[in-house]
Design a protein around this ligand. Structure first.
Ligand SMILES: Nc1nc2c(ncn2[C@@H]2O[C@H](COP(=O)(O)OP(=O)(O)OP(=O)(O)O)[C@@H](O)[C@H]2O)c(=O)[nH]1
Length: 240
């Protein structure tokens, strides 16, 4: 399943320090879900375009990239998170997951179509996010991964659609392995939604809180020293 909202460019390059002064905003995204649903594969596929089969068990890497949304350069940070354990109806959130939920401004909730338990985790996870961010409509995308493994399917597409409708979230069924475009869409859509939240909902607040970055700390320092030197010269001239 695809959504069709692609009109902007998403450019992925490492963030060089030289860009620091022109990037006004960070976009912080957390990718959450239970074990082996393909969280790391999804992020790595997005960042490198490559599907790499095997990963060490994830301990929580943070990835940074420069992206362009509607021409504006944004610093994208993606937090990969350790898996969440499910015990009956309860989900146990490791520390890093809890911290990521507080930190992030947009979420990718991943389950695997081959693992019904991973699907069952999505609702409590979503509700937990809403509890942590009660005042804001934080963008969330539900991703049903591994759609290429049809023979092992345990979760029907309709189950995903229904859940997403109920929760008021966007839903995508994708194969990280087979289809890069869908992976790209997930992150592009989320970046744009977070960007919209920045600009529309919190625009006034954020505009007020954006402190212009110093153009160059060295230049400022030089100017200050130059002024000091001038005033001490003027003083010593006055003393003559
Ligand atoms: N067939 C198929 N396999 C996938 C897909 N996405 C991920 N996998 C495989 O699923 C397994 C788990 O992927 P990971 O990315 O390590 O999963 P994770 O959610 O980060 O797992 P944890 O590290 O336990 O949290 C790996 O063997 C991947 O190759 C997919 O779209 N299709």
């Amino acid at each position: 399943m695809r959504f069709h909202t692609m009109s902007t460019n998403l450019l992925l390059v490492p963030i060089p320090e030289a860009f620091d002064h022109i990037i006004n905003r960070d976009i912080k995204i957390a990718v959450l879900g239970s074990s082996t649903v393909g969280k790391t594969a999804l992020i790595v596929r997005f960042l490198t375009k490559r599907f790499i089969g095997d990963y060490e068990s994830n301990t929580g890497n943070l990835y940074s990239r420069l992206v362009h949304i509607e021409g504006e350069p944004l610093s994208l940070q993606v937090q990969d998170t350790p898996c969440i354990q499910v015990q009956g109806e309860c989900a146990h959130f490791p520390d890093l997951v809890s911290r990521s939920i507080h930190w992030a401004e947009g979420f990718v909730l991943v389950y695997s179509i081959t693992d019904y338990n991973s699907y069952k985790l999505i609702r409590p996870l979503y509700q937990h996010i809403r509890r942590v961010h009660p005042d804001s409509k934080i963008p969330v995308i539900i991703v049903a991964n591994k759609s290429d493994l049809l023979h092992a399917r345990q979760v029907q597409t309709n189950d995903g659609i229904q859940l997403a409708n109920e929760l008021g979230s966007i839903f995508l069924e994708i194969s990280t392995r087979e289809n890069y475009d869908d992976v790209y869409d997930v992150f592009q859509h989320l970046c744009r939604e977070v960007s919209k939240v920045h600009m529309n909902n919190n625009g006034e607040k954020r505009r007020g809180s954006i402190i212009p970055r110093p153009k160059s700390p060295n230049m400022q320092d030089l100017k200050r020293r130059f002024k000091q030197a001038l005033s001490s010269k003027a003083k010593s001239g006055a003393n003559l």
